[in-house]
Design a protein around this ligand. Sequence first.
Ligand SMILES: Nc1ncnc2c1ncn2[C@@H]1O[C@H](COP(=O)(O)OP(=O)(O)OP(=O)(O)O)[C@@H](O)[C@H]1O
Ligand SMILES: [Mg+2]
Length: 229
Amino acid sequence: MTAADTAAGTARGMFIAFEGGEGAGKSTQAVRLTEQLRSRGLVAHLTREPGATPAGAELRKLLLDREWLVTPPVAEALLFLADRNVHVEQVISPRLADGQVVVCDRYSLSTFVYQGLGRGLDLEFLSAANWWASNGLQPDLTILLDIDPQVGLVRAAQAGRLNRIDREPVEFHQRIRQGFLDLADTGRGLVVIDAAQDVDTVAAQVLHAVDRAAADIVCARPAEPGLTG
Ligand SMILES: Nc1ncnc2c1ncn2[C@@H]1O[C@H](COP(=O)(O)OP(=O)(O)OP(=O)(O)O)[C@@H](O)[C@H]1O
Ligand SMILES: [Mg+2]
């Protein structure tokens, strides 16, 4: 969340995003974290991009499942951003305002990396468009699950799910991985975890990162009820 959000009182919960390439374990870890937070008595909402709203579900089908779709990169970016706008407005912001923890499987970094570095769109354009689509809402913590795409794509294929973007050549996915890592070098509030480790080890590191970020938020907002449960 941004300082402006906090000052305006529009966001009081905690917003955690998982990012990374295909098969890195984002969905697995997002579920694990949400369950862990709920077991501490917190109200945690698990969501994802694209496709978390009725409109978003239609956009997801269009973006990921339609083999016939030949999307010019700008159109692809705008469809993802349309999904984000509905998602932020209808799902994420209301829950943060209610003090909930929102765990999101992919968010803005995926736009910068896939549509910017992957498709070659201008990063300044994407940044401005993303700000507009997301109402400037940024995660309190972004967890980047880093994995060699050769490993991640095998995992995703074994799970029986390779979508339109997964089927891009491996060089595309290598560029995506490097793009995430480069952003991690510059980005604040971003923690990189080695996703080649076993599920329990990754989950423990995720929880540690969340506890550290939550402690920072509690320090910054002493009047708020504890996020760490
Ligand atoms: N740390 C891990 N070690 C081995 N296998 C894993 C690990 N984490 C997840 N998996 C398995 O790899 C597959 C992909 O995991 P998951 O769906 O969580 O990845 P994802 O990052 O959400 O992928 P996608 O980008 O395709 O949505 C699943 O079958 C999952 O059980
Ligand atoms: Mg997933």
